[in-house]
Design a protein around this ligand. Sequence first.
Ligand SMILES: CSC[C@H]1O[C@H](OP(=O)(O)O)[C@H](O)[C@@H]1O
Length: 334
Amino acid sequence: MTDDLRAVAWTGTALRLIDQTVLPARLEYLDVEDVDGLVAAITTLTVRGAPALGAAGAYGVAIALLQGVREGWDEATATAAIARVREARPTAVNLAGGVDRVLPHVSGGVEAVLAEADRVVAEDLAANRAIGAYGADWILARVERRPLRVLTHCNTGALATAGWGTALGIVRELHARGVLDRVYVDETRPLLQGSRLTAWELAHEGIEHYVQADGAAAGTILRGLADVAVIGADRVAANGDVANKIGSVGVALACADAGIPFVVAAPTTTLDPGTARGDDIHIEERAEEEILTVAGLRVAPAASRAHNPAFDVTPARLVSALVTEAGVTTPAGH
Ligand SMILES: CSC[C@H]1O[C@H](OP(=O)(O)O)[C@H](O)[C@@H]1O
């Protein structure tokens, strides 16, 4: 069922998004035809995940061109609208990358932009399959235990990409090879991409999984209940530092202490040679209410404030393997 899941798809006139804010309760789609709607969908995580944001950014240029024709925009207005899409979320390099990838095709008209955006999607889908194979090969060559118990954080599956998934693509590949025992799924507060989205994908495929509190991850690892941790990325700096969902660096530290591999899976479109180090990565700070409320109900005292970074940075020295469609590198020297 999730094998042909498409978080982002062009309908011919609109960008059709799976509304990830209402999963797992409902599978609903949102058709976006204007820039305001796309920016809102990105900032509310209706569409989310670095590669899926890359696709949304690429198609977002087409949306801006079509809206500009409908509304008689001049070039400056269209340029400003495209910039709003590009800057809707700062950390995942793929969003800006998707916009920048198709901009050179604007002179060819909206059909040329759409054709390039389609290539962005096709390339990401192929990349995810390659990541799954390379990642599974690397893990199976280094972790003896069978079947494997994998820990993952946030959602890196078909919902976060053009399909199949990055870290969850490796999980799918291990499952397909018959060597996966279970997956420990960090719920990933505050927006619960793990318990809502990763669990939904795994449940649909009958992959045994256990949702856990983010705070349980270190104990699960240090108690020897997991053999490997596999996570995604939103931006990989030139020195190998990895920006990913908040909580990732804690998983990496526990893996280092426990001596199990910490594997990062990402397409090369998430590598950012223009950013030297992790400290240079803009970490998105989100609304305090996401922390201070649960299901819309305030849980903290009225006087309390919240600190809500959406990402953290794992230093390269803690990354056992970085798996892309080009192969595997071992920043930590494993
Ligand atoms: C396959 S990239 C997924 C990556 O994106 C997520 O962030 P968000 O849900 O805020 O878009 C998270 O960092 C995942 O690892």
